[in-house]
Design a protein around this ligand. Structure first.
Ligand code: TYM
Length: 345
């Protein structure tokens, strides 16, 4: 494994349902700044999207839509590699190799698996259990140094680190003269920025904003029109106290909505807290709604433009898949060799 010329970044979002403020503020928004200082790879993780029952008639369009949202949020395909996970078959292949060294009980411990499995009942797929190994393959294929994600992905990142370090490098790395094993896979670091890392539901400040919540009023999606944004914020859960504040454990909704206001309006947390310290909910909600409408407006315009030209978008993804493939195949070759496979002549 050689050193990366610039530190590498890889991240992805599932093309399941509309992306929401949590996906944006917790993840995609943070990817944008990294494009200048890092080699960045951003994939639409469509293989992950079929780990729960999915609609084949929608998968391709949801994949394009998610890619368009990456670009609309400021990902620049001339600086970043933007691609679709299933276009690079090395993801599935490395996943298999990693499966065979990952203990089952590591996967059974995953909180997100346990939560989602309860919802699926008897129908829970092997893919849902295996999902974090596929995610590890996504990351490890690109020798990623850093993985910018929201807080909910932290456990999956730790798993990817453990697989790379304990199950591949420590077991299969060639021993050097000093007795140390050579690294085959780079061990990645999570990059979780505290602000926006955990955007909570509009209808329950104690549970995270999520695509799978059956109540659409619980989330603002990046493509919600202004009136719908206003309506959702108007109906958002509040409490009987006047004045918004951070950090009061009895007031999770105040903490969440004030945090959203700070992020969406571009104010510091201190400035937002000072501005809203004695504001009633009736005055605060329209302020938050307008900040959201203003923040999402330009993004929605760019998105509409990109969707009007599917050929260009497809060309971006084709080019991205080619760039990604080269890097991914080199890593896959290293792992196949270390595991002792007979090469094709
Ligand atoms: P996904 O599609 O559920 O979410 C995409 C990104 O959005 C973040 N996120 C949130 N951040 C803050 N508040 C929230 N309420 C919130 N909800 C979601 C997630 O942390 C994530 O960063 N397994 C991943 C996708 C994936 C991936 C990868 C990520 C597959 N392979 C490799 C990084 C690297 C997932 O399902 O994310």
């Amino acid at each position: 494994m050689t050193e990366n010329a610039r530190p590498r970044v890889l991240s992805g979002v599932q093309p399941t349902g509309a992306l929401h403020l949590g996906n944006w503020l917790g993840a995609i928004r943070n990817w944008v700044a990294l494009q200048d200082s890092h080699d960045t790879f951003f994939c639409v993780v469509d293989l992950h999207a079929i780990t729960v029952p999915h609609d084949p008639a929608r998968l391709a369009d949801d994949t394009l839509s998610t890619a368009a949202l990456y670009l609309a949020c400021g990902i620049d395909p001339d600086r970043a590699t933007v691609f679709v996970q299933s276009h690079v078959s090395a993801h599935s292949e490395l996943c298999w190799l990693l499966n065979c060294v990952t203990p089952l009980n590591w996967l059974e411990r995953m909180v997100q698996y346990k939560e989602k499995a309860v919802k699926q009942g008897a129908d829970v797929s092997t893919g849902l259990l295996d999902y974090p190994v596929l995610m590890a393959a996504d990351i490890l294929l690109y020798d990623a140094d850093r993985v910018p994600v929201g807080e909910d992905q932290k456990q999956h990142l730790e798993l990817a680190r453990d697989i790379a370090q304990q199950r591949i490098n420590a077991r299969f790395g060639a021993k050097g003269a000093d007795g140390e094993r050579e690294a085959i896979l780079r061990v990645p670091e999570p990059l979780i920025l505290p602000e926006g890392a955990r955007v909570m539901s509009l209808t329950d400040g104690r549970s995270k904003m999520s695509k799978s919540d059956p109540n659409e009023g619980s989330r603002i999606t990046l493509l919600d029109p202004p009136d719908l944004i206003r309506k959702k914020i108007k109906r958002a859960k509040t409490d009987p106290v006047i004045g918004l504040e951070f950090g009061n454990p009895d007031r999770p909704e105040a903490d969440n909505l004030l945090g959203l206001y700070a992020l969406l309006s571009g104010r510091s947390r201190e400035a937002a807290a000072a501005e809203c310290a004695s504001m009633g909910w009736g005055a605060f909600k329209p302020l938050l709604a307008e900040a959201a409408v203003e923040a999402l407006g330009p993004l929605q315009e760019r998105y509409a433009e990109l969707r009007r030209d599917p050929a260009t978008l497809q060309a971006v993804l084709d080019r991205g898949a080619e760039e990604a493939e080269t890097v991914a195949q080199a890593t896959l070759k290293r792992v196949r060799q270390a595991l002792g496979f007979l090469p094709r002549s």
